[in-house]
Ligand binder design. Structure first.
Ligand code: THG
Length: 370
């Protein structure tokens, strides 16, 4: 749907340090994420998609806000917040580290960066996990400092990311492994560069460490990117649904546990350190999840992007919901992510989906979509 209205920006809905640049470069649609504006479209979802999957794109993802934890008990707190084994995370390494509640529900699904023995950033998805971290630290009486640093990530994503990254940073960039990072600078602008990003196309994230340089950094990258046809874009709903990347708030909420979403490979329930949710997760593992995330192919005409969860039926009996859906121009079909009762969450399972353009037949397929 498209509407005509004004969204009033204030201190509560924060602009990113790249905001002016993204407007100059044609951002046409924004979403609100972590109480910040995030560009979500430039030309169209489809045009932006082709730029991302066929070349290389620059994204303002400053709304991936950081929680910085430092102090003698920083490791203990990081461990306590996630079932991921943080003791295995080396300095200069990232981990996809779910934050779980006492009942196993997912509070956030951040990327964790280890900057020092007792120095961590949780690079957040869309929920107020800084408050949660502060509450835990107070409750346990931990000796830590928890704050939001002046850090704003950009992402460079797309199959042709490397030549551009080499032009920006030099030869060493090729050696940087997946989910590894390095502290560096560009024209004196302080950065952390990580090989990571919210697409399956490959690429890097540049964490700007001083918001003053937002405009200068964006323009520098676009200028160096000119010969490589670098295009401004954003996290793309078509690409990420095709690839099965889950979006917190849509496909994943505090109501979901990691087993339902096939994320248990990121949970080390037998890790040494204490963490919130261990007992619940062990119980869910033993009992099996009651529902599972699946991919759906939905027959029929192209439908509008999914704004709300759509009910799913099996022979008129409710059995789950579509959490994200979109038309894939590459696969030429409607694809969706859906959470279904375990008994119907098998490959080939036939269902009906209540979409805004009517009831449509669907069947369960594997993720990533192909
Ligand atoms: N980058 C940064 N912060 C973020 C995101 C990001 N915060 C919010 C959101 N994205 C967190 N969600 C994810 C989900 C998946 C991945 C990264 C962030 C991801 N997963 C790898 C994959 O699916 O191939 C595997 C990760 C692993 O092996 O540990 O990259 O994008 N800064």
């Amino acid at each position: 749907m498209s509407y005509e209205f004004t969204l009033r920006i204030s201190q509560r809905i924060r602009k990113s340090p790249f905001f002016d640049a993204t407007i100059r470069w044609g951002a046409s649609e924004f979403t609100v994420y972590n109480h910040m504006m995030m560009p979500f479209c430039y030309e169209s979802y489809e045009a932006d998609y082709w730029k991302l999957v066929s070349n290389v794109t620059l994204w303002d993802v400053a709304c991936e806000r950081q929680i910085e934890i430092t102090g003698p008990d920083a490791l203990q707190l990081a461990e306590y917040m996630t079932p991921r084994d943080v003791s295995k995370c080396k300095i200069g390494q990232c981990q996809y580290a779910l934050i779980t509640a006492e009942d196993g529900g997912i509070i956030n699904d951040p990327v964790l960066l280890r900057l020092g023995e007792q120095h961590f950033w949780f690079s957040l998805a869309d929920s107020d996990a800084l408050l949660y971290a502060k509450g835990i630290a107070q409750g346990l009486g931990l000796d830590v400092t928890i704050k939001e640093p002046d850090v704003s990530p950009l992402a460079i994503q797309g199959p042709n990311n490397l030549p551009l990254m080499e032009a920006l940073f030099g030869d060493w960039i090729k050696q940087l492994g997946f989910f590894r990072f390095r502290e560096t600078e560009l024209d004196g602008i302080p950065l952390i560069v990580a090989r990571s990003g919210w697409s399956k196309q490959g690429g890097f994230e540049l964490y700007l460490r001083d918001g003053m340089y937002g405009d200068q950094l964006w323009e520098k990258i676009m200028e160096v990117g000119k010969p490589y046809d670098l295009a401004p874009a954003s996290p793309n709903p078509i690409e990420r649904i095709e690839g099965g990347l889950l979006s917190y708030g849509s496909d994943m909420t505090i109501e979901n546990n990691p087993f339902e979403l096939h994320l248990s490979k990121y949970c080390h329930l037998d890790k040494k350190a204490d963490f919130i949710g261990r007992e619940a997760l062990l119980r869910i593992k033993a009992e099996g999840a009651k529902r599972y995330l699946v991919g759906l192919e939905i027959q029929g005409e192209e439908f509008p992007a999914c704004e709300n969860h759509w009910p799913v039926y099996r022979q008129n009996l409710p059995c789950g919901m579509v959490t994200s859906a979109i038309h894939s121009p590459r696969l030429k079909k409607n694809i969706a992510l859906s959470v279904l009762s375990a008994e119907y969450a098998f490959l080939g399972s036939k269902l009906e989906v209540d979409t805004p353009v009517g009831k449509m037949n669907a069947k369960v397929t594997s993720i990533p979509f192909s």
